[in-house]
Write a protein that binds this ligand. Structure first.
Ligand code: NAD
Length: 483
C-alpha cells in the first residue's frame, strides 16, 4: 500500500493540494522513516473548506434522518469491508500494533457511523399541550462544526466527531493532529463514496494555528476538540468569544483503585489495559493505581510476570502487542517523566528506559511506592508509565483519588458490590469502570468532569451537543393585549 495520500486536504468532495503551506512530514514511529508529506492549510484552503461546508449544510439538514442515516450506515459497512487496509494505515500513522488497530480503530469508527446513522431518523421534537394552545419543539442542526483531533486515535476521533455531527444535519471540517494526518482523509473519502454530498465532511491539515483560525471563524457554530488541557483552555476561550458550542475531550490522570478483596488476575489485567494499551497513549488511562497494602506485593509480582508477555517489535507484525511512542518528541517527554520518578524516589519495578532498537520505543514501566506529591502521580505522562500507590482506608483513598484537577475516568476492582458502587459514586470522573478498565463502546457516554472536559461523545448524549432545540408557541384563540 502507499501511505502518501492523493493530496493533503479533502474539500467539497475532492482531494485538494496547496504546497505553499508549511510542509508536514509524516513519520512511521517504528522506524523514524518519513512515509508521506502533507502541507498545512493556507488561509485560502481554510476559506475553501468553510465555504464548501456552509454551502452544503442547509440542504443536508433538510433531508430526512432516514436518508442521512442510510449514507452513514453505508460508510460504516465500507469501513468494515476495508478494515485491514485502514488498520495498516492507522499503524503507519500512529505506530500502534496492527494487533490493536485491527480491532480498535476503523471498527470503532464504523460503530459510531452505524450507531448515529441509526439514530438520525429518531431525532424528533416534542408536543407540549398548553390547554387549547400548544408548544412544539424542533431539534435543529447547529450548522458548521469543527473537529480537532489528537494523535492517538486518528480514525476513531474523525468518526466519533463526524458521525453525530452529520446525523444531526451539520457539516464538519476536521483538522487531524499534525502528527497523524493520514487516516481522516480516508474517512472523508469513504463517506463520499458512500453517497455523502460534497462539502459535508472536509479535512484540512495543519498545526495549532490552523485549528485556531477555524475556531475563530464566524462561519463556525461548534467546536469539538480532543487534546490536552492547555489546548482545551485556549480553544474553549476562543470559542466562547464567538458564543460557539463546544465539546472538550481533554487529558486525565485517572485513579484505578484495587481493593484487597479484588480478583488479582483481573485487577492486573485491568491495570495493564489501563496503562499499556496503545503504549499508554490513551487519555482515560488509569495511571494512578492505588493498591491495598495487603495485596500490594502479590499484585506487583503477578504484574511483573505478565509484563513478560509484552512483545515489542515492528507493529505491522501481528504478533507484536506493544508499539513505539507516536513521535520522538513524545518519547522524550515520557523519558523525562521516568527520570523524575527515579529522582523523586519511586521504586522502579519494571522498564524505565528507552528500548535499544530502531523507532521510538519506551519499555513498559512500573513504579511502586509512589506518593501523591511525586510528579509522576500528578501530571499526565501519556506513555507506558504506571504509578502504583498504597492505601488501606476506603475514605482516604477516595479523597486522594479526587485530589487532582482532572476528572476523566476512574475504576475500582473489588468483589464487594456495595463498596464498588459507593466508591464509584464518590469519585469525580465522567467515565467509570467496575471490575474492568477502558471499555469505550459507542452506546456509552464518554467524557470528563473538572479540567478533563465538557460535553460527552458517543451515545444519545452526543446528540445534545450537535443539535439545538427550537421552541414554537402556537395560539389557537385571540391574542389578549393591554391596549
Ligand atoms: P494537543 O492538545 O497538543 O493537540 C490537540 C489538537 O489541537 C491538535 O490537532 C493540535 O494541532 C490542535 N491545537 C493545538 N493548539 C491549538 C489552538 N490554539 N487552537 C486550535 N487547535 C489547536 O494534544 P495531543 O498531544 O495531540 O494529544 C494528547 C492529549 O490529548 C492528551 O492530553 C490526551 O489526554 C488528550 N486526549 C484526550 C482524549 C479524550 O477523549 N478525552 C482522547 C485522546 C487524547
Amino acid at each position: 500500500m502507499t501511505t502518501q495520500p492523493t493530496a493533503s486536504h479533502f474539500i467539497n468532495g475532492a482531494y485538494v493540494e496547496d504546497t505553499s503551506g508549511t510542509e508536514i512530514p509524516v513519520i512511521f514511529p517504528a522506524t523514524g522513516e518519513v512515509i508521506a508529506t502533507v502541507y498545512s492549510a493556507t488561509p485560502a484552503i481554510i476559506d475553501q473548506a468553510l465555504e464548501a461546508a456552509k454551502a452544503a449544510q442547509k440542504a443536508w439538514a433538510k433531508m430526512t434522518g432516514t436518508e442521512r442515516g442510510r449514507i452513514l450506515r453505508r460508510a460504516a459497512d465500507m469501513i468494515r469491508d476495508r478494515n485491514h487496509e485502514l488498520s495498516v494505515l492507522e499503524t503507519y500513522d500512529t505506530g500502534k500494533p496492527l494487533q490493536e488497530t485491527l480491532v480498535a480503530d476503523a471498527t470503532s469508527g464504523a460503530d459510531a457511523l452505524e450507531y448515529f446513522g441509526g439514530l438520525a431518523a429518531t431525532l424528533t421534537g416534542e408536543h407540549i399541550p398548553m390547554g387549547e394552545d400548544w408548544v412544539y419543539t424542533v431539534r435543529e442542526a447547529l450548522g458548521v462544526c469543527v473537529g480537532i483531533g489528537a494523535w492517538n486515535y486518528p480514525t476513531q476521533i474523525a468518526c466519533w466527531k463526524g458521525a453525530p455531527a452529520l446525523a444531526c444535519g451539520n457539516a464538519m471540517i476536521f483538522k487531524p493532529s499534525e502528527t497523524t494526518p493520514l487516516c481522516a482523509l480516508k474517512v472523508a473519502e469513504i463517506l463520499h463514496e458512500a453517497g455523502l454530498p460534497a462539502g459535508l465532511y472536509n479535512v484540512v491539515q495543519g498545526l495549532g494555528d490552523v485549528g485556531a483560525s477555524l475556531v475563530n471563524d464566524p462561519r463556525v457554530d461548534k467546536v469539538s476538540l480532543t487534546g490536552s488541557v492547555p489546548t482545551g483552555k485556549k480553544v474553549y476561550a476562543a470559542a466562547a468569544s464567538g458564543m460557539k458550542h463546544v465539546t472538550m475531550e481533554l487529558g486525565g490522570k485517572s485513579p484505578l483503585i484495587i481493593f484487597d478483596d479484588a480478583d488479582i488476575e483481573n485487577a492486573v489485567g485491568g491495570a495493564i489495559n489501563g496503562n499499556f494499551y496503545s503504549s499508554g497513549q490513551v487519555c482515560s488511562n488509569g495511571t494512578r493505581v492505588f493498591v491495598h497494602k495487603n495485596i500490594k506485593e502479590a499484585f506487583l509480582k503477578r504484574l511483573s510476570e505478565r509484563l513478560e508477555g509484552a512483545v515489542l517489535g515492528n507493529p505491522l507484525d501481528e504478533a507484536v502487542n506493544f508499539g513505539p511512542m507516536v513521535s520522538e518528541r513524545q518519547m522524550g517527554i515520557v523519558l523525562e517523566y521516568i527520570a523524575k520518578g527515579k529522582a523523586e524516589g519511586a521504586r522502579l519495578v519494571a522498564g524505565g528506559e528507552r528500548v535499544d532498537m530502531e523507532g521510538f520505543f519506551v519499555a513498559p514501566t512500573v513504579f511502586a511506592d509512589v506518593t501523591d506529591e511525586m510528579t509522576i502521580a500528578q501530571e499526565e505522562i501519556f506513555g507506558p508509565v504506571m504509578a502504583v500507590l498504597d492505601f488501606d482506608d476506603d475514605d482516604d483513598v477516595i479523597a486522594r483519588a479526587n485530589a487532582t484537577e482532572f476528572g476523566l475516568s476512574a475504576g475500582v476492582f473489588t468483589r464487594d458490590l456495595t463498596r464498588a458502587h459507593r466508591v464509584i459514586g464518590a469519585l469525580e470522573a465522567g467515565s467509570c469502570f467496575i471490575n474492568s478498565y477502558n471499555d469505550a463502546p459507542v452506546e456509552a457516554p464518554f467524557g470528563g468532569v473538572k479540567a478533563s472536559g465538557v460535553g460527552r461523545e458517543n451515545s444519545k448524549e452526543a446528540i445534545q451537543h450537535y443539535s439545538q432545540v427550537k421552541s414554537v408557541y402556537v395560539r389557537m384563540g385571540d391574542v389578549e393585549a393591554a391596549f
